[in-house]
Ligand binder design. Sequence first.
Ligand SMILES: [Zn+2]
Length: 250
Amino acid sequence: MEHNVVFFFFITGLVFGSFYNVVGLRVPHGKMFSSSRSACPSCHNILSWKELVPLLSFFYQKGKCKHCGKAISPLYPIIELFTAVGFAFCCLFINSPLEIGIGLLLVSMLAIVFVSDHTYMIIPNQVLLFFLPLFIIYRIIVPTNPWWLSVLGGIAGFGLIAIIILLSKGGMGAGDMKLFSVIGYLVGFPHVFLTLFVATIYGLVFFLLQKLLHKGESPLIPFGPSIILAGGTVFFYGSTLLDWYFSLYY
Ligand SMILES: [Zn+2]
């Protein structure tokens, strides 16, 4: 892959990442389209374009608002950088154009869900309703054989989290259930079970990281990002993972 193309994906990712911050923060409040200009959450000064350059503005302003000096959440540059690296990664390591599309969609979904799940512990329905039709279109163009394995994956994803919610008495939310149903549709049956297993491992890693970063307290772990990350892992490497697993026994 040419360097120029990878760089183009990286820069596009920075711009989209900046947009996903806004989507993730505004959609749960239902004001995505009402207040158009970005403002500082502390002093409410409208931000100029110089303060809205992805990644660069944050470092140029040393992580502080130019007007009131309040610290800007590191979530902004983290999501911008994550989306940029994710887009470049898809361009570098995925061969078929359609699958690059799925990779970009998963990175985008992960960025948006991370922002709202981390900030409000909410996975907005609007976000899921945006991505589900795109996954359905992909499955129509590149069908699983037979087609009902996708549908069964969606139902199983919903059911698995419903059972966990019942057993753990609310360890997860309805948002996780709907999200896992969308991801279950994409990976299909029986890969949906492998996805749950991988998501649990990611969740555990995030939990231990949080424990290390915030010593003493045991923080609530948003499970949404782990589900999407696991969905991507299984979508692209599920068969490789299973081959490797069974090769240990035979
Ligand atoms: Zn300010």
